[in-house]
Structures are given as C-alpha cells and as structure tokens.
Design a protein around this ligand. Structure first.
Ligand SMILES: NC(=O)c1ccc[n+]([C@@H]2O[C@H](COP(=O)([O-])OP(=O)(O)OC[C@H]3O[C@@H](n4cnc5c(N)ncnc54)[C@H](O)[C@@H]3O)[C@@H](O)[C@H]2O)c1
Length: 359
C-alpha cells in the first residue's frame, strides 16, 4: 500500500455504510444512459464539480490508482484506438469509493457499425465490504468527464476572457468538449472546427449552432488554419501521427491535448509550461512524453505540474498572457469513479435506477 492510499482507506474504515441491499440480499443499482441523463448527467456543472474533487484528491494523495492495462487483440500494427482499457481506482475523502471503468473502443464503430467509438461500464464497489454496489453506462460519463478536465484546466491555464476555440476532430468527444466549454465560458465568440471528414465537421457545427446560436462557427480546410486561430485548442482525433508543430500555436494558447498523439515533440520542448494529469500515467505506452523521456529529452523535472497541484493552488497556473501551455490529459480512473460516485448518490436520493440482485 502506498502512502497515497492511506488517507482514503482510513476514511473508509470510519464509514459504516453497508452494500446496497434489496430485501436483505446484496444487490446493485444499474444506471443506464437515460437514467444518468435524468439525474443531470448531461450538464457540465455536475462533471466540473466532480473533476475538481477528483483532482484535489489526486493532489492530496488520497487515492489508489494502479496503471491501467490495455487489452489489444490485433497484431502489433492494429489501430491505436482498437482496445479495451481497464481503469480501477479508489478515492478517499469524505465519501470514499472504489470501482473500475471498463471501456472498449473500435475506431471504425461510427463508420462501419453506426455505433459510438467507445463503449463501457463503470462498476462501483463499496469500500467497506468491497461488494459491487452499482453499474453505470460509461460512454456518457467518460465523454463528459474528459470535457470537464479541459474546462477545469482552462480556468487556470487559458487566457482570462479567451474568445476563440479550435477543435481538431469532430466526433463525440469533440461535441462534449465544445458543449462543456460553451456552457462554462459564455464569453466564447467563435469556434473553428477541422476534421478529415468534412461531413463530421459540418454535423458538429449544426449540432452546436442549434444549442448555442450566438457563437460563430467556422469549418476550416486544414488543421493548420484551425489551430492558428485558437486561443484554446482541443484535439479530439484518433490519430497516431503527430501533426501540430509549435509554430502553429499563437502566443498565449492553451492546448488541451485530449487525443494525446496530435502534438509534435517540439511543442513539449518549447512550450512555456507542460502540465499532465498524472506523471506516471503519462510517461508510458510510447506516448509522446514517454518517447521524449526514453530519448533523454524530457523528464519529470521539466514538467511544470500535475493539474491537481494547480487546482489546489500549490503550483501556479497561467502567469502571463503570452505563455503557451500544453495539458496532456491521459485520463484518470479517479475522475470516472468520482463522477460515477456522485451520480450514484444522486440516484439513491431520487430513487432512480434498476435494482439487480447479486444472489
Ligand atoms: N484523454 C482522455 O481522457 C480521453 C478520454 C476519452 C477519449 N479520448 C480520446 O478522444 C479521441 C476522440 O474520440 P471520439 O469518441 O470522439 O472518436 P470518434 O471516432 O467519434 O471521432 C474522431 C474524429 O476524428 C477525426 N479524425 C481522425 N483523424 C484525424 C486527423 N488526423 N485530423 C483531423 N480529424 C481526424 C475522425 O474523422 C472523427 O470524426 C480518441 O482518440 C480518444 O482516445 C481521450
């Protein structure tokens, strides 16, 4: 057990909750996407609050989060987005919870099967007994929590009052990112979109224009033209080939590198601040930061901060309007478990969801 784990476990031991029960027999609560929606699961506020809690727990070390294994069944040259990831975590604090997100992905689901790329479940376990107490549909929570990470980071790392946002890749994750940013930052004036599929970009433009009609939307002809116009740049592609060089970024840009493989190495080397969610999760799996570390060109000492340290005020966020700051958010299981925990308690209060007997 690491030092990080101890705060959470001690709290859990004080807590006397019992596993979810239905007529005396252990049961769990199932929350499908519709039920999650009915509990406010499409509102960015719910996720922003949960992500601030999760990042605070991260900075305080009140969590346990093993490195996530990737299940790949293709040969070595399979698509980077074809995998199932297991993401277990325990969160401490006043409402401790354990659980796992089990999230599958096939890059060709949208095109070939008319399905979302990602799909999955979150299981929550009562930390006293370790019994499973809930299962939640994970796709909605996962996309919204990922967007909330960008929004929380933008509060600290983007220029105050930023007006222009660029998004590369216009699928489901992009939609959640932009809806969240538009809800959380009503001063945004224009969105610049680029996707290798013009149809995807036009579809997202139409979707956003219906919900946020007072914003200007521009579908760009190239990633370069989109990136050059953004004060906040979000990547939401499924590429494994970096294409964004440092010189495309205007002074003062905040990049949320959500799809991880879009930004070229020189951005990490030349940016004023490099921020990650979790160093150990970021420095693996041959992702760009890991490649730079293996080449001896980047190290933890060159990292400005983990995001939680900025959220709790231990490290600085943006210091000047000119800084170029990049966030590499690998995605953390504690984020999913915190969001799912908050939704679980909301469901109990609202008497929502379907009870399933374990035995
Ligand atoms: N960091 C995190 O925590 C986190 C969490 C969830 C998802 N993601 C990542 O978000 C990404 C997007 O997921 P999604 O569900 O929206 O996928 P999706 O398949 O629905 O959409 C991806 C879009 O990107 C476009 N695209 C692909 N390559 C491109 C390129 N080089 N330039 C421009 N556009 C390109 C595709 O045409 C498609 O429209 C994935 O890479 C996923 O791994 C990250």
């Amino acid at each position: 057990m690491t030092m990080k784990a101890q705060g959470g476990i001690a709290q859990a031991e004080k807590n006397e909750r019992k596993p979810f029960q239905d007529g005396g027999a252990p049961s769990l609560l199932y929350l499908d996407r519709e039920t999650i929606r009915s509990l406010g699961g499409e509102s960015s506020d719910l996720y922003v609050e949960a992500i601030e809690q999760a990042l605070t727990l991260h900075a305080e070390g009140a969590y346990v989060q093993p490195l996530k294994p990737y299940l790949r069944t293709d040969s070595k040259d399979g698509h980077i987005a074809d995998r199932i990831i297991a993401m277990p975590a325990h969160i401490g604090g006043s409402r401790p919870m354990s659980g796992i997100k089990w999230i599958g992905s096939k890059h060709d689901n949208p095109r070939k099967r008319s399905l979302e790329r990602a799909s999955g479940l979150i299981a929550l376990n009562d930390p006293d007994s370790n019994f499973p107490i809930a299962v939640l549909e994970a796709g909605l929570i996962s996309s919204m929590r990922t967007a909330a990470v960008t929004a929380v980071a933008a509060r600290h790392l983007a220029r105050i009052g930023f007006r222009y946002v660029s998004c590369i890749g216009c699928g489901l994750i992009a939609s959640a990112q932009l809806r969240t940013l538009l809800e959380q930052f009503p001063h945004i004036e224009a969105i610049h979109l680029f996707d290798v599929s013009m149809e995807a970009a036009e579809r997202l433009k139409a979707e956003l224009a219906e919900r946020f009609p007072n914003v200007a939307y521009h579908v760009e002809q190239s990633a370069e033209s989109a990136v050059r116009q953004g004060e906040v740049v979000v990547t939401c592609t499924v590429t494994d080939t970096p294409y964004i060089p440092y010189e495309w970024l205007q002074k003062g840009t905040f990049v949320s590198n959500t799809s991880i493989m879009d930004v070229q190495k020189d951005v990490f080397l030349k940016a004023d601040k490099v921020v990650v969610d979790d160093w150990d999760q970021s420095n693996r799996e041959k992702k760009i930061i890991n490649q730079l570390v293996l080449e001896g060109r980047f190290s933890r000492e060159q990292l400005h901060a983990e995001l939680g340290e900025i959220v709790i005020g231990q490290k600085a966020g943006r210091d000047s309007d000119d800084e170029i700051i990049i966030l590499n958010p690998m995605g953390m299981a504690i984020e999913d478990i915190t969001c799912a925990r908050n939704l679980y308690y909301k469901a109990l209060e609202a008497n929502a969801g379907t009870s399933l007997k374990l035995y």
